[in-house]
Design a protein around this ligand. Structure first.
Ligand SMILES: [Zn+2]
Length: 361
């Protein structure tokens, strides 16, 4: 049933709420109410527009409910809502039936929602904690005097690239999941940052691995580094497309990042053929590399197939859905990779950076 503006649960004057710049309604004329409602409807997106024919009323019943909802958000009293009533731009995974945040066109409301329970809580915290973890670890690697670097500046740049990629990826990710419900424009902008962050993590992971694995072969080392950078720039360019973030492109997204990661097969095979499986496993730390690849591939597969929520619709709304598991696997894979690369660094350091007959690459 259509709701008229005067029935909406408005509070008089600016509340302690989320948008202090918004003036309060004028009770005598109701103009403030209409203006406010119009402003909220505008901020919430073009789908929820005021009906110019019915002055003071809001044409579709859904619109009235959503406006009432937006007022609750303003007052800081929002409740989670089911998937069905989400606007199209917030609809991503139809196996998560309930527990979604409503559209909240206020950054303050979005950031406060970090401490509430909803479908994005797990996604935010898994990468917020991961971000802090790699930030602290990165500072340690950059400034600790006990790192035994052979070429301190070069090696700090190499490790720094990894930590920059990892921290930016995790930071863009938790920010995206926090402000995802703000508005269509903000969600689109931050999703592009989120996807660019994944590329930065992959490229940043390649750099120290290629540096230490091809330590004594500067030519293939440089060629592989240039190739992964070009592929990374291509992936970032592709992820700037507005279609890339849509649910229909889920498999394409997984494919682009999987492809970027799998481009590491060429240098891996090169290393295996040149050094042999024994040395690849010991000096080359291939075991850690394979574990890392396995974690990333498992994460990407669960993400693309939306497992386990596909088998338990509505049961994984808040915890244990595919996106959260994917987030945890990304952090774990980055940690495994860092361990492997640190072992490679320790190996080169133990040789004092020397290249002998026995070290082919
Ligand atoms: Zn995510």
């Amino acid at each position: 049933m259509p709701m008229i503006a005067s029935e909406l649960p408005l509070v008089a004057g600016p509340s302690k709420g989320l948008c202090p710049a918004m003036p309060g309604p004028t009770p005598e004329t109701g103009e403030g109410i209409e203006w406010q409602g119009w402003r909220w409807a505008k901020r919430l997106g073009p789908r929820w527009q005021h009906d110019p024919q019915g002055r003071g009323s809001w044409a579709p019943g859904l619109l009235g409910s959503l406006l009432a909802l937006s007022m609750q958000v303003w007052e800081g009293r929002w409740r989670v809502i089911p998937y069905d009533v989400l606007p199209d731009w917030l609809k991503d995974n139809d196996f998560l039936l309930h527990g979604h945040r409503p559209p909240m066109p206020s950054f303050r409301a979005c950031f406060r929602s970090i401490f509430r329970l909803h479908t994005e809580t797990g996604n935010i915290w898994t990468h917020l904690i991961g971000f802090l973890f790699f930030l602290v670890l990165g500072i340690g690697y950059m400034f600790s005097p006990n790192m035994n670097y052979v070429a301190p500046i070069q090696e700090r740049v190499v490790f720094g690239t990894f930590f920059l990629g990892a921290t930016l990826c995790l930071c863009f990710s938790w920010l995206f999941h926090t402000v995802y419900c703000h508005s269509e424009r903000v969600s689109r902008t931050f999703s592009k940052l989120d996807y660019s962050g994944i590329t930065l993590l992959i490229v940043g992971s390649f750099v120290p691995w290629l540096y230490y694995s091809f330590y004594c072969s500067p030519q293939p080392q440089l060629i592989y580094l240039v190739i992964v950078c070009v592929l990374g720039i291509t992936a970032i360019t592709v992820s700037q497309s507005d279609h890339f973030a849509t649910p229909q492109y889920r498999a394409v997204r997984a494919g682009v990042f999987l492809g970027l990661g799998l481009s590491g097969l060429v240098p891996t095979l090169h290393f295996l053929l040149a050094e042999g499986p024994g040395r690849a496993a010991s000096a080359g730390q291939m075991g850690w590399l394979f574990l890392m690849a396995l974690l990333y591939i498992l994460g990407a597969a669960l993400y693309a197939a939306r497992v386990p929520e596909r088998f338990f619709p509505g049961k994984c709304d808040i915890w244990f859905n595919s996106h959260q598991i994917f987030h945890v696997l990304v952090v774990a894979a980055a940690g495994v990779h860092l361990h492997g690369v640190s072992q490679l660094q320790a190996f080169r350091s133990s040789l004092g950076g020397a290249c002998t007959e026995s070290t082919v690459l």
